[in-house]
Write a protein that binds this ligand. Structure first.
Ligand SMILES: Nc1ncnc2c1ncn2[C@@H]1O[C@H](COP(=O)(O)OP(=O)(O)OP(=O)(O)O)[C@@H](O)[C@H]1O
Ligand SMILES: [Mg+2]
Length: 236
């Protein structure tokens, strides 16, 4: 059963077509990775699914409901959140205030429990709740970004380049956490230039080039594919 189905998605910026007929699926509780080089349209895809960019054509179905071109807050309310590229945390607010904002319309009675869950995933944040978010390290800011997106109890979490600019040890920590989040019931659509790490944890993967999906398959199969190896994994 797919929790998310994107079919024939076109996104256009001004007169320029960015995405061309993108079709992909995320199964319930799966990790699905989209890999591709700079500027191929990965972030555009995430923003279109989240309702930030307009879809010019195609359909997006989330838990059986059409969501293409719905306002973002409605999509969040249906259970789909995003940890965006570049993190976009609110630097001048405290860690706690960022998490409160992320919680959005989560019922007050569920707030404390969900905050405790997020802090159990990211214990480093628990000691820094009153600290300004801008004073955190890069890795902690990425944890806050993911934690904020988890606060409204999403059924599907979009992660756009969570490993970008982080030290290898922190990258490993983040990828381990992605698997834990999935194990606890949240499906994940992961966009990465770090193809090796992204395919390693993916049940299924897609390769994008020039705004199109050019290859797809189970994560392990894609990671072993000669074309993927030579283009994205530095092998041959
Ligand atoms: N708001 C925008 N206005 C105009 N063009 C845009 C806009 N956003 C993205 N683009 C263009 O769309 C294309 C795809 O960009 P996008 O950011 O989706 O790629 P990406 O795969 O996420 O790249 P990266 O790996 O660098 O994050 C690029 O050519 C980019 O210049
Ligand atoms: Mg991007």
């Amino acid at each position: 059963m797919a929790i998310l189905s994107v079919h024939g998605l076109d996104v256009t910026m001004g007169v320029q077509a960015i995405l061309h007929g993108v079709t992909l699926e995320v199964a319930e509780q799966a990790v699905v990775s989209v890999i591709g080089s700079n500027g191929v349209g990965k972030t555009t895809l995430m923003r279109a699914i989240s309702g930030i960019y307009r879809c010019a054509a195609g359909t997006i179905t989330f838990r059986g409901a059409p969501i293409a071109n719905l306002p973002s807050h409605r999509i969040v309310h249906l259970g789909l959140t995003q940890a965006p590229e570049g993190r976009m945390i609110f630097s001048n607010m405290t860690v706690r205030e960022n998490l409160v904002l992320g919680a959005g319309t989560l019922p007050a009675a569920e707030f404390a429990g969900q905050l405790a869950y997020v802090l159990s995933l990211f214990p480093a944040l628990a000691d820094r709740l009153r600290q300004k978010a801008g004073s955190l390290s890069g890795g902690e800011q990425q944890m806050l970004c993911i934690g904020r997106a988890l606060m409204p109890k999403p059924k599907l979490l979009l992660l756009d380049e969570p490993s970008l600019g982080l030290a290898p040890l922190i990258v490993k920590l983040i990828f381990d956490l992605i698997q834990r989040i999935r194990a606890e019931g949240t499906a994940i659509l992961l966009v990465e230039q770090n193809a090796k790490a992204a395919l390693k944890i993916a049940d299924y993967g897609y390769v994008m080039e020039g705004g199109r999906i050019i290859l797809q398959g189970p994560g392990a199969e894609l990671a072993a594919d000669d074309r993927v190896m030579s283009a994205y994994l530095g092998g041959g």
